[in-house]
Design a protein around this ligand. Structure first.
Ligand SMILES: [Zn+2]
Length: 203
């Protein structure tokens, strides 16, 4: 990989090379924590300025690609390459808005959420994206059928609760109507109010 090409895109590498890091003497910067798959996404970005979204399979496979994109986003953070991160977000949006081979749209679930929340700051656009996906498209069973409790950090649950409260429609609240038994526990038996009516009237 040409130094100039990678340094033009990534501040991390620019500093690594200009800053005289030990690795840069050999022209080598080691990225230990990242899998080759993720780095391939970055290479493709450097050469072709594209983030391919390849997999159109439903279910688990679909989420494997969301996970790859989430890892690419985190790599972009480390490399301080904002344009790459923006392109990764566009790829996620593409995935979310296109149908898989089963004709359904598949959304990021459990492990992807955990990864993003563990590897980004509160201001991150990746978090905002997840919160919007759940606000606008989410179903309650996404939190139970497609995630374990450990996948769902308190911060994420707080974010979607707040987002839903702010964005939801406000339907008629039937429980608030006077005389409603909505919050009584008597069920089919008599309400205390009807029992009060049976009291002998004073005078
Ligand atoms: Zn009642």
């Amino acid at each position: 990989m040409k130094q100039s090409m990678i340094c033009a895109s990534s501040n991390f590498f620019k500093k690594a090379v200009l800053g005289g890091w030990r690795e840069s003497e050999e022209g080598l910067v080691r990225l230990e924590s990242d899998s080759p798959d993720v780095f391939n996404v970055y290479m493709q970005w450097l050469y072709y300025r594209t983030i391919p979204v390849r997999i159109d399979e439903p279910g688990i496979r679909e989420n494997a690609e969301y996970m790859l994109l989430a890892k690419a986003f985190a790599l972009g953070d480390m490399l301080q390459d904002g344009s790459f991160q923006d392109a990764v977000m566009d790829a996620m949006v593409d995935k979310t808005s296109s149908e898989a081979s089963d004709g359904q749209k598949w959304f990021p679930v459990g492990p992807v959420i955990r990864f993003i929340y563990e590897n980004t700051l509160a201001s991150s656009k990746a978090r905002l994206f997840l919160v919007d996906v759940y606000t606008f498209k989410g179903r309650g069973n996404w939190l139970t059928d497609w995630a374990t409790q450990d996948d769902l950090p308190k911060e994420f649950l707080f974010d979607i609760a707040q987002s839903l409260l702010n964005k939801r429609q406000r339907p008629e609240w039937h429980g608030l109507v006077q005389g409603s038994c909505e919050y009584h526990q008597h069920g089919a038996s008599d309400c205390y109010k009807s029992l009060l009516d049976l009291r002998p009237k004073p005078g």
